[in-house]
Design a protein around this ligand. Structure first.
Ligand SMILES: Nc1nc2c(ncn2[C@@H]2O[C@H](COP(=O)(O)OP(=O)(O)OP(=O)(O)O)[C@@H](O)[C@H]2O)c(=O)[nH]1
Ligand SMILES: [Mg+2]
Length: 251
């Protein structure tokens, strides 16, 4: 497989390109809000521009959930290994960052879209669902309303996202043990009800963040590169096996 290069600019307020292959390898990339003016490019044939890291395959991942659950912090932790403490600056519209992961010897680029959780930006976000290969749906374990809203988010996802989108539920801010109001079992129960893989994360300590994205990358990679004799990657099992409890990593 030929290697492509990521864009020099790895962040921006407008998603860079619709040059990514479809999640199942067969779905055509359709012109969306991120498409170049002259229409979409053929999957697997185009680089995103100048210098940067090489990659073999690329996917779009979207972070969704109520405002304040920690989507931006989760992305910054994953991309830069840092935590945005202090004043909460709510995301306006949509933003994205790129990161290339090494997955079983293959360079997998994730273009991660950080959406605004505020209701007033919902119509902007809707337009981006259809091109997402994976969605990380977050709630805040210290905020019951954000947990109660998960069902509404799932309804929205069902309406706007592709049927085969990879979806994972994340309970964030597990470092805040004192303030926790949503028990781990409740998160697990809800995830089970909807057949979703589930993990508890903390953008503050970094627990399970890398794992969540790696799991998504492995699942997506397998969908288009799995050899017939290769063992099937099972996202649920992987997350269960690799996920760590919050008690191990409190800062
Ligand atoms: N203790 C703790 N605080 C967190 C964590 N993640 C985020 N926060 C805090 O929660 C607040 C909101 O975080 P953001 O990442 O901006 O939330 P968001 O989901 O992007 O919000 P919108 O952009 O409005 O949709 C900030 O004050 C963060 O510092 C975490 O894992 N632990
Ligand atoms: Mg944000």
């Amino acid at each position: 497989m030929s290697r492509k290069k990521t864009s020099k600019s790895k962040t921006g307020t407008v998603p860079a390109a619709s040059v990514l292959p479809s999640a199942n390898g067969a779905r055509p990339v359709r012109p969306g809000p991120e498409a170049p003016p002259n229409g979409p490019h053929q999957p697997g044939r185009l680089s995103l521009g100048g210098g940067g890291d090489f990659y073999d395959i690329a996917f779009k991942v979207m972070l969704v959930g109520d405002s304040g659950v920690g989507k931006t912090c989760l992305l910054v932790r994953f991309k830069d290994g840092a935590f945005l403490a202090g004043t909460f600056i709510s995301t306006v519209g949509i933003d994205f960052r790129n990161k290339v992961l090494d997955v079983d010897g293959m360079k997998v680029k994730l273009q991660i879209w950080d959406t605004a959780g505020q209701e007033r930006f919902r119509s902007v976000t809707h337009a981006y669902y259809r091109d997402a290969h994976a969605l990380l749906l977050l709630y805040d374990v210290t905020n019951k309303a954000s947990f109660d809203n998960i069902q509404a988010w799932l309804t929205e996802i069902q309406e706007y996202a592709q049927d085969d989108v990879v979806l994972m539920l994340l309970g964030n801010k597990v470092d805040s043990a004192q303030e926790r109001v949503v028990k781990r079992e409740d998160g697990e129960k809800l995830a089970k009800e909807y057949g979703l893989p589930y993990m508890e994360t903390s953008a503050k300590t970094g627990i399970n963040i890398e794992l969540a994205f790696t799991a998504i990358a492995k699942e997506l990679k397998q969908r288009i590169t799995k050899a017939p004799n290769e063992p099937h990657f099972r996202l649920h099992d992987y997350v269960k096996r690799q996920g760590r409890g919050p008690s191990c990593c409190l800062s």
